[in-house]
Design a protein around this ligand. Structure first.
Ligand SMILES: *Cc1c(COP(=O)(O)O)cnc(C)c1O
Length: 386
């Protein structure tokens, strides 16, 4: 290894963004139409075409997308929504936004995703929706989940925050996550995700009524869109029949998002090459447990995780790697361990807790070189004395 490489820090991630996005952001600025205008409309159409969904609605971030999804399927105060604790805390928080209760079930440690076999036992007469997460871009077992939700006539919302460009084998062909295999899918464009607009989110669905709800609620419940009012030849007075929100995406974000979407196929291809290379390089290290990609899934490797051998201390390994210039993160958090979700009788979520406590996430970004990746693996071996 060169000393030059050793002195710099390999980041966990790095967005692939540049001139094309900077140039595109000039359009809305120079046009004077800055929010939820023609760029947003075009980004929605292009995102729908990419995923294969009939409708796409852009919003301010994935958290607001998830909130609107729960409202659209009718989640109300006192209801229960079955989901995972092992996710970014926003997944649980949006259920609380509706004054409903998240009911946490455990994950399958091989994929870090919801274990479909545990859903049925968690269903009560107060259950109004299932909220699954394609964690770190790995598609969940949608066939297994849908078998349960269909039997109980419950809507399925997919938290696809990390899953732009991930694919699932469906009806004999590969389809994009977000074709809305469930009822609604929600995406994030935060810089930590695969494509970014700074902040930003998107809902996809094949249900026109849900889509109308999203459009109404994202804009203060206003019955007429800005675009319709702007292009009308007659005076229009708008109405606000329901209490909505300001969850709009700006046209500057959308213009950037359209360029990011053009890059997405290449980004996913690069991430998949690097993810597969990690699997190859790490198989030789005894004691590591590696993520499992089911044969019906193609992850975008939004994050690459692995589980340390029992003799390696998570914090110690992460610190040793940081000292050697490699940034890592611990396993995905568990919402049930955070203050707003703690309860007297505790929770029985052993796999979720083990994943948080024993997994670590390694650097992965499309610009990563083989040399950088080799260095990460070497430093992992050193840090773990594996
Ligand atoms: C990032 C993330 C969110 C939140 O997305 P924002 O766009 O930051 O609101 C929700 N769920 C999961 C699983 C995430 O990873």
């Amino acid at each position: 290894m060169t000393t030059e490489l050793k002195r710099r820090t390999i980041p966990l991630t790095r967005p692939l963004i540049g001139e094309a996005e900077a140039e595109a952001s000039r359009r809305p600025i120079m046009s004077g139409w800055l929010t939820q205008g023609p760029e947003v409309a075009a980004f929605e159409q292009e995102f729908a075409a990419y995923t294969g969904a009939q409708h796409a609605t852009a919003v301010s971030n994935c958290t607001t997308a998830l909130h609107l999804a729960l409202l659209a399927v009718g989640v109300q105060a006192g209801d229960e929504v079955i989901t995972v604790s092992h996710s970014y805390v926003a997944t649980a928080n949006v259920v609380r936004y509706c004054n409903a209760t998240p009911v946490f079930i455990d994950i399958d440690p091989a994929t870090s995703n919801i274990n479909p076999a545990l859903i049925e036992a968690a269903i009560t007469e107060r259950t109004t929706a299932i909220l699954c997460v394609h964690q770190m871009g790995m598609p969940c077992d949608l066939a297994g989940i849908l078998a349960v939700t269909k039997r109980h006539n419950l809507p399925l919302i997919e938290d696809a925050a990390c899953a732009s460009g991930s694919e699932i084998f469906w009806d004999g062909r590969w389809e994009k996550v977000g074709k809305a295999h469930g009822d609604i899918a929600c995406f994030s464009f935060h810089p930590r995700k695969v494509i970014t607009t700074g902040d930003g989110g998107m809902l996809t669905t094949n249900n026109a009524e849900y889509n109308t709800q999203f459009r109404l609620l994202r804009q203060h419940g206003m019955g007429v869109s800005d675009r319709v009012r702007h292009s009308a030849n007659q005076v229009i007075f708008e109405e606000h029949a329901v209490i909505g929100y300001n969850y709009r995406m700006t046209d500057v974000q959308a213009a950037i998002g359209r360029e990011q979407l053009k890059r997405l196929p290449d980004i996913v291809a690069a991430r998949r090459r690097i993810g597969t290379r990690y699997l190859d390089l790490l198989t030789n290290i005894p004691g590591l447990t590696l993520p499992h990609e089911p044969e019906w899934a193609r992850t975008n490797w939004q994050s690459f995780w692995m589980r340390l051998p029992t003799h390696c201390d998570q914090r110690g390994v992460m610190q040793a790697m940081l000292d050697r210039g490699v940034a890592t993160r611990r396993g995905i958090m568990c919402a049930h361990r955070e203050k707003p979700y703690q309860r007297e009788d505790g929770y029985n979520l052993p796999e979720s807790e083990r994943a948080q406590d024993r997994n670590i996430i390694l650097p992965l970004y499309p610009q990563m070189t083989d040399e950088e990746q080799d260095y990460v693996v070497e430093m992992l071996k050193e840090s773990c004395h594996a």
